[in-house]
Design a protein around this ligand. Sequence first.
Ligand SMILES: Nc1ncnc2c1ncn2[C@@H]1O[C@H](COP(=O)(O)OP(=O)(O)O)[C@@H](O)[C@H]1O
Ligand SMILES: [Mg+2]
Length: 245
Amino acid sequence: MNSILKTKKIIKHFDGVKAVDGLSVEIEKGKITGLIGPNGSGKTTLMNLLTGMFPFDGGFVAVDGVSGIKKIRSYDIPAFGITRTFQDVRLFEQMTVLDNILVVLTERNIVSALFERHKKIHHEKAKEVLERVGLWEKKNELAINLSYGQRKLLEIARALAMNSEIYFFDEPFAGLFPEMVKLVSGIIKELRTHGKTVVLIEHDMGLIRELCDYVFVMESGKLLAEGEPEKVLKNKDVIEAYLGE
Ligand SMILES: Nc1ncnc2c1ncn2[C@@H]1O[C@H](COP(=O)(O)OP(=O)(O)O)[C@@H](O)[C@H]1O
Ligand SMILES: [Mg+2]
């Protein structure tokens, strides 16, 4: 397996709550990996650890580097081309839609952003990603004035603007109308077509079946099952975990 990211017995505790409890996962490069499990099973926490939001209490994360997989510290993770969206959408509320994109493009290269040529390149990139999610006409609206679905799409556009190697999406479909679900699943498939790696937290098993090449099932911070969606979703333990039995 050509893994781009892996964890070995990674642990995160919050005051006695074992949110992630000795988890070992391997994420395959260029594939869509699903992360499923009941509420509170530790999916978002695992994503937080993998994207360097906070340090872990044990184990390690390794990222594919120039000289193969290597161990990294949490604060190094952003340097490895990892981008994410949040379960609770996070935007610059008082900025326009366009500026929400431009700010991530320019913050990566503040000095060059001062030059006209770079400004033009950034603007073209922003237009490209906003058109992709159907928000170009809304470019001058403040983020705070968008609908819930549009806000999720803007966050996805911002992730796309980062042009990363690995994209993490935490429940990107939650609360979206069917048309938007189609749009977002198209974007996720397109990322895979372009050789990008996607990690997806999602509750809709239809979408997991449709999109994912491989799935990890979490329960109480531990791994309950893993494998191809068709097989995993037939697993008795997995079915019971979802029915709460
Ligand atoms: N920042 C935090 N502080 C304290 N407890 C947390 C924090 N984040 C998550 N938890 C706890 O860790 C467990 C796993 O949460 P989470 O990773 O959000 O689960 P999931 O995304 O699978 O619903 C829950 O019991 C949750 O209350
Ligand atoms: Mg969550």
